[in-house]
Design a protein around this ligand. Structure first.
Ligand code: AMP
Length: 478
């Protein structure tokens, strides 16, 4: 599957701007296949897993085909659980942020009817809900679906497993039969096929087929870690493995920017590579990486395509890739020309399923590892430092330094104390600086001075105190 940019999908400027703001660089395979069909008004049956980008695959065309001028429900998305309904609503909200007048509302059990009623009365056009609560609103007459033009079943197999079949059928019968029918499911059991036969109209099947690739012989491991701890574990691993050349893959341009900044703030020689940078900027970064003036390249898949650098020790999947093929492409950046290499992935929660599907596709085993403790890292740092001093001693030739030592001895200091003080000074952070590519202006950054606000509302990184963790000690690039 060739990568498609969102700009190739005939989307409105408002959606392209929202997608850019989310930092998505290219459409995932399911998005590249599904979006054109749905924009065309076709019914679609999609086979996809969580983590494939399926929500945006249906949400983007839904938003495009909704008329913000009409304050009636035009699209309904049914989800098995309240958590998924809320998550889908958040995604729709973020994608619709520049579509003036477009409102979406999540409707699920456990939340007060009043709040949902208010949102519905305000004229929400997209409703995202669990079948039980949607049916409640329908029977109370607080939700009307007679103007609906698009109906989506998200994780249909799960909804049927949970016993929602009759509810779903009743809801779909309340929707005009001319509506577009969209059904996403990981599996297609008999009951789902029956549902599709009843409600679909010449639906198009979208299933992502992969071509088989040769998987390089690379040691593959993973660490089970949640979002916020990822950077901490990454830096621990870099220190523990004493890495000097690694590529770190993220799924969005924004994540690449954030992580590159954070690594630099922690004292690593890191820089970024993604699609918003000019060719000249990219060339500069690659030149630094090739010549060893850069240790850690943080990149997106698009930017790193075809990248060929020798001696890359580790490829990190800071974010797991969407596509199993991308995983194989990524890990092929290490272990080149017969050298051994390593691929280290971070995964948490439901991403474990994604790992399993990568394992199946690549016919490989990705082994779980535990992150090294702070004590192990300190021990490692000490032994690396010890080796450095030892090899310097073996090389001899301290003409320039001898004069300083003589002067200190004359002042009565002990030779062992002089050595200890010198080592202590050496181990302090050397604050090595590297020229880092500036963050390219994004749609958001252009609207706000100083590079824009973080999405989590914590403000500009530069105004925040630096991490309190001790910085990386100076290492000898030998
Ligand atoms: P989903 O499979 O819909 O649950 O999506 C999983 C995650 O991927 C969500 O956090 C989305 O925000 C994110 N996502 C969806 N599409 C893309 C894309 N094209 N590029 C990067 N991230 C994406």
């Amino acid at each position: 599957m060739t990568a498609k940019l969102f700009s190739e999908l005939n989307l409105s400027p408002e959606l392209l701007k929202a997608i850019d703001r989310l930092g998505y660089e290219k459409a995932t395979p399911i998005q590249a296949e599904t979006i054109p069909l749905l924009l065309d008004g076709r019914d679609v049956i999609g086979q996809s897993q969580t983590g494939s980008g399926k929500t945006a695959a249906f949400a983007i065309p839904l938003i495009e085909r909704t008329d913000p001028q009409q304050g009636v429900v035009q699209a309904i998305i049914l989800c098995p659980t309240r958590e998924l309904a809320v998550q889908v609503a958040e995604d729709v909200f973020k994608l619709a942020v520049f579509k003036q007048g477009l409102h979406c509302v999540p409707i699920y059990g456990g939340q007060s009817y009043d709040r949902q009623l208010r949102a519905l009365r305000q004229g929400a056009q997209i409703v995202i809900g669990t079948p039980g609560r949607v049916l409640d609103h329908l029977s109370r007459g607080t939700l009307r679906l007679d103007q609906v033009r698009m109906a989506v079943l998200d994780e249909a197999d799960k909804m049927l497993d949970m016993g929602f079949r009759e509810d779903i059928e009743e809801i779909l019968r309340a929707v005009p039969s001319t509506r577009q029918f969209i059904c996403f499911s990981a599996t297609f059991s008999k009951p789902i096929q029956e549902l599709i036969r009843t409600f679909g109209r010449d639906p198009q099947n979208v299933r992502i087929e992969h071509k088989m690739l040769t998987v390089p012989t690379v040691e593959q491991t993973y660490y089970e870690i949640h979002g916020r701890s990822k950077t901490e574990v990454l830096t621990r691993l870099i220190d523990f493995l004493d890495l000097k050349l690694a590529i770190i893959f993220c799924n969005t341009k924004r994540m690449v920017d954030d992580l590159a900044d954070e690594l630099v703030a922690r004292g690593y020689l890191a820089d970024r590579l993604h699609g918003d940078m000019s060719q000249a900027q990219r060339d500069r970064v690659m030149q630094k990486f090739r010549t060893g003036n850069l240790e850690f390249l943080v990149a997106t898949d698009v930017a790193a395509r075809g990248l060929d650098v020798e001696n890359v020790e580790v490829v990190f999947n800071y974010d797991l890739p969407w596509d199993e093929e991308d995983y194989v492409h990524r890990i092929g950046r290490t272990g080149r020309v017969g050298r051994s290499g390593r691929a280290i992935s971070f995964a948490a929660g439901r991403e474990i399923y994604k790992l399993q599907s990568i394992e199946r596709y690549a016919r490989t085993k990705i082994l779980r590892r535990m992150p090294p403790s702070l004590e192990q890292i300190e021990e490692k740092r000490t032994s690396v430092f010890f080796e450095r001093i030892r090899s310097a001693l073996l090389q001899d030739g301290f003409q320039a330094e001898q004069d300083i030592v003589d002067r200190l001895l004359e002042q009565g200091f002990l030779s062992t104390d002089i050595a200890c003080a010198a080592i202590q000074e050496l181990r302090k952070d050397d604050n090595r600086r590297v020229e880092v590519s500036p963050r390219p202006p994004s749609a958001e950054a252009a609207e706000e001075p100083f590079g824009g606000r973080r999405r989590d509302g914590k403000g500009d990184r530069r105004s925040r105190p630096r991490p309190s963790r001790p910085k990386r000690p100076h290492r000898n690039r030998g």
